[in-house]
Design a binder for this molecule. Structure first.
Ligand code: SAH
Ligand code: DHB
Ligand code: MG
Length: 221
């Protein structure tokens, strides 16, 4: 049985080999640390995965649900052409303020719109007055994942890529009796995917510096 240690060290090895030293991204993480923001951002190798997928997709408009300190927002913004935009939704005004600073410092201010408030309030407003999206990253409160999937379908262009973070949670996702509402949120989200004819999806399990977790990747027909 491989240990967590090996996952961690291999992830660091790939990080060193594949992700050039990047003061801007280091500064984002340091600012978050100084502000006592929880260290639950995507890892560097995962951030780069999001960046590569958004690039491959040729995304123009990206929706992110769950900004935190803006670490994943910066990765996503970098994947966009100059005319592209990330709309990122954050409920916590303190986190949102730090994220805005980080995004400006990273030179991505013109490409990122941080929208403060409960995503469940912001999403209907986006539907009325925002664009449709080519890439949607669901990474906020997991109990609302089923709602976020419904909104993602409302806001997606044909062919859009939808990615959801934290769908494995150390394997807890298969515990149907889990009393953790985050696990139940992910399970309900999986049930919706199972039934949704407009979506084709898969899931990948990930290990690394953030432990054992995973992503759902889906495309909208
Ligand atoms: N995507 C970020 C991590 C997001 S962590 C990154 O990888 O860098 C999850 C974030 O979702 C937290 O900042 C939390 O405050 C936010 N959140 C939780 N519930 C929310 C809601 N209902 N609406 C919007 N944001 C929410
Ligand atoms: C948590 C949330 C996340 O989005 C994540 O990537 C890791 C942990 C959490 O709420 O614990
Ligand atoms: Mg996450």
């Amino acid at each position: 049985m491989l240990t967590n240690n090996v996952w961690h060290d291999v992830d660091e090895y790939f990080f060193e080999k594949l992700i050039p030293v990047d003061k801007t991204l280091d500064n984002v993480l340091q600012t978050n640390k100084n502000a006592n923001i929880p260290e639950i951002d995507v890892s560097p190798t995962q951030g780069k995965l999001l960046y590569l997928l958004a690039k491959i997709k040729g995304a123009q408009n990206i929706l992110e649900i769950g900004t935190l300190g803006g670490y994943s927002s910066v990765w996503l913004a970098r994947a966009l052409p100059e005319t592209g935009k990330v709309y990122t939704l954050e409920i916590d005004p303190t986190y949102a303020e730090i994220a805005k600073q980080n995004i400006l410092q990273a030179g991505c201010g013109h490409k990122v719109e941080v929208i403060v408030g409960n995503a469940l309030d912001s999403l209907p407003i986006l539907k009325k007055s925002g664009p449709l999206f080519d890439f949607i990253f669901i990474d906020a409160d997991k109990p609302n994942n089923p709602q976020y999937l419904k909104w993602a379908l409302e806001l997606a262009n044909t062919g859009a890529l939808i990615i959801a973070d934290n769908v494995v949670r150390n394997g807890e996702v298969i515990d149907s009796k889990s009393e953790d509402e985050r696990v139940q949120g992910v399970r309900h989200f999986m049930d919706l995917l199972e039934q949704e004819p407009r979506i084709e999806a898969t899931a990948i399990q990930t290990v690394g510096i953030k432990g054992y977790d995973g992503f759902v990747l889906a495309t909208v027909k």
